[in-house]
Write a protein that binds this ligand. Structure first.
Ligand SMILES: Nc1ncnc2c1ncn2[C@@H]1O[C@H](COP(=O)(O)OP(=O)(O)OP(=O)(O)O)[C@@H](O)[C@H]1O
Ligand SMILES: [Mg+2]
Length: 343
């Protein structure tokens, strides 16, 4: 993977520039008499350059993928991930139950790996929602309804193939199933929370856990399926708006198993210390595909918790090493089958 920015490609910056002005005019996104008033980063994403552009008449979101991870430019990432995101928005645009819960794709510029999206407002995503600001029943239903609709979408084999998103899936596979459990991964866990390295050894040196994670990753996550999954449906993609939650960022989407998304939701309800009934509220509104397996969802939840505690993609969890120990215990119970998802 090359980290060079390709020549001839428009480069989005979080600033008002002549290039941006010219670019937006060429695309028809700025009209005569309209000028840019402000450009700012839209949120706290890591992977891409995402900015909010305000003009005299409107506010829009521009999102560009580059051949690197935006927050860590030395780490390469698939340049084409914006193409998958465009593909996803186009796939669901005629499915009101899905499209109405996402921003509208106002314009796609595949050559520049750039999307122009409807601005969902500045209330932000749900990464800061913890035990003091628990999710409401309606919000859990919003997540469930979005996923139920997504997971019921069907597509013929040739479309599913175009959607395989292999490079992104392999990147995610490495960060979820392999790197956190690699004893030589060089992650300085004690710099995150003192004592975390010692806690991590309970999982990373346990062959039963390692083998179960490996099997889930290789035999299930990487396998093609028939269910459209969002692929990264954690609270950073749940946007709060006046008319309920909306969902963004389908760059890791593919046709796989519904349990992948369900497991991520379950994991993040625990990671954000939500009261236990939130999971029940979610599950009572979620309508799974006919081959849905709650044990499989629990296993995905277990691995997601593990990788968020001892992997690269850290969250602001709060709490100390004791909370992380509890989470790692839950991870082990979920992955190894001691705890199953209710349903
Ligand atoms: N359509 C939108 N309207 C309003 N805000 C948005 C919109 N899209 C994205 N944002 C804000 O920008 C943030 C980053 O967007 P997004 O998650 O799409 O980027 P990303 O770089 O892929 O993030 P990540 O590193 O989590 O994958 C969101 O969490 C949200 O706060
Ligand atoms: Mg993303």
């Amino acid at each position: 993977m090359s980290n060079e920015f390709p020549s001839g490609v428009f480069r989005l910056q979080p600033a008002i520039t002549e290039e941006l002005d010219g670019y937006l005019r060429t695309l028809g996104l700025l009209t005569k008499g309209e000028s840019i008033l402000s450009v700012e980063r839209a949120g706290e994403g890591n992977m891409n350059c995402v900015v909010r552009v305000r003009t005299d008449f409107k506010s829009i979101i521009l999102k560009q993928s580059r051949p690197w991870v935006e927050k860590y430019p030395r780490i390469g990432a698939p340049f084409d991930r914006a193409l998958q995101e465009i593909r996803f928005y186009r796939m669901v645009e005629n499915q009101p139950a899905i499209a109405s819960r996402m921003p509208a794709l106002l314009l796609a510029d595949p050559d520049n790996r750039l999307l122009c999206l409807e601005d969902l407002g500045t209330a932000g995503d749900c990464t800061k929602r913890g035990p003091d600001s628990p999710f409401t029943r309606q919000e859990m239903a919003d997540v469930a309804h979005y996923l139920s609709s997504l997971h019921s979408l069907t597509a013929p084999g040739e479309i599913r193939e175009q959607f395989s998103n292999r490079e992104m899936r392999e990147l995610n596979h490495a960060h979820i199933f392999r790197i956190p459990l690699d004893p030589n991964n060089q992650l300085d866990l004690d710099a995150i929370v003192p004592g975390l390295k010692q806690e991590s050894l309970k999982l990373t040196t346990r062959e039963e856990f390692r083998a179960a994670a490996r099997a889930l990753g290789d035999d299930c996550y990487l396998r093609e399926g028939t269910t459209l999954v969002h692929g990264d449906i954690f609270p950073g993609c749940w946007m709060m708006t006046d008319s309920g939650l909306r969902f963004v960022d389908p760059e890791f989407s593919f046709f796989g198993r519904a349990e992948i998304d369900v497991g991520v939701v379950m994991a993040h309800l625990r990671l954000s210390r939500q009261p236990p009934d939130r999971e029940a509220w979610f599950l009572e509104s979620y309508h799974p595909p006919s081959d849905y397996d709650p044990q499989l969802a629990a296993r995905f939840a277990g691995v997601e918790i593990m990788r968020r505690v001892i992997g690269v993609a850290q969250l602001r969890l709060g709490g100390g090493v004791g909370f992380r120990r509890e989470l790692l215990d839950q991870s082990s119970d979920l992955l190894l089958g001691g705890v199953t998802a209710p349903r």
